[in-house]
Design a protein around this ligand. Sequence first.
Ligand code: OGA
Ligand code: NI
Length: 345
Amino acid sequence: MARLDRPDCVENGEGAGAYNEDGIPVVDFDVLINGDSDQRLAAILHLGRACTQWGFFMVINHGIPESLQGATMDACRELFSLPTEEKSEYMEAGPMDPVRVGTGFNSTVDGAKYWREYLKMFAHPELHCPAKPAILREIATEYATRTRGLMLELTTAISKSLGLDGSRIAEALNLENCFQILVGNYYPPAGPDVGAIGMPTHSDHGLLTLLFQNGVDGLQVKHDSEWLLAKPIPGSFFVIVGDQLEIVSNGRYKAVLHHALVDGEQARMSFVSLIGPCLDAVVKPIPELARDAPQGAEFRGIRYRDYMEHQQSNKLKENAALDIVRVHHQILTREGSPNSSLINV
Ligand code: OGA
Ligand code: NI
């Protein structure tokens, strides 16, 4: 049974896991790794339900010091406050360049305003980092290593929750050479433009995303066709299921749709650490999962690099990028002949 040591968590009916007051699953990482065998099993089942029903959860007792979260935030804040000339070489970068600074302020995309400035750095297999501020490289190295370790452990537990060997997903996607990216997002206060969208609705292209913020809420996730504002337990990370996990799990785990709203008065910052497969891995449903599914494979294989390039070079449009790999199953009519209508399943 999962240990509950926080008053802001409630246990579900079977006592197998915790949820916050809004029903968002809370995964206790310490129990997942160090619990006795019953506790670990309960935590894995809880994690599996979180991925099936939400594609989103919070992780607590994860072992990454809050001071490291704070240092990461400070280093990014320093970068954002540098004069534009210091950042300009990264501003011309394209989506597959390893360091990119973008000003999403007031840019008009699809007729909407997106208030956002961001720093993106490729962090694994090799860390790329702006030269200034000088402290950034050391912090980013530490932060990337710790968060990658956490996400790889979560991936092992997720693999087990699908009834597979713990190492199955890591082997299929060559996670030893996983791709990792760090993103710092800065959303200035919107003033009278309250409710402005900081980042439009999308799913993340990778396997798992870890996110924390500076104490200003704004991340909304779609659950049961409703948008819910995600309020973190202090010190926790949000975990977001990405497109590659939807593909390898053959659709059993869904990449959650999310977006960011901008606060009227306070600047909001969020910090993302994302892992994906090795860029050269061909991602497809794990054969055992496809074999056991009523319709077989739901997705065709694609090289992660190609997927990411496609997703990043198009306008963010919900999870439309997944459509390029989705298998369209034909419905058989009662006579057994293919119906003319094709549906997405
Ligand atoms: C992202 C993202 C949301 C936020 O960077 O992919 O979804 O809260 N960010 O900033
Ligand atoms: Ni995202």
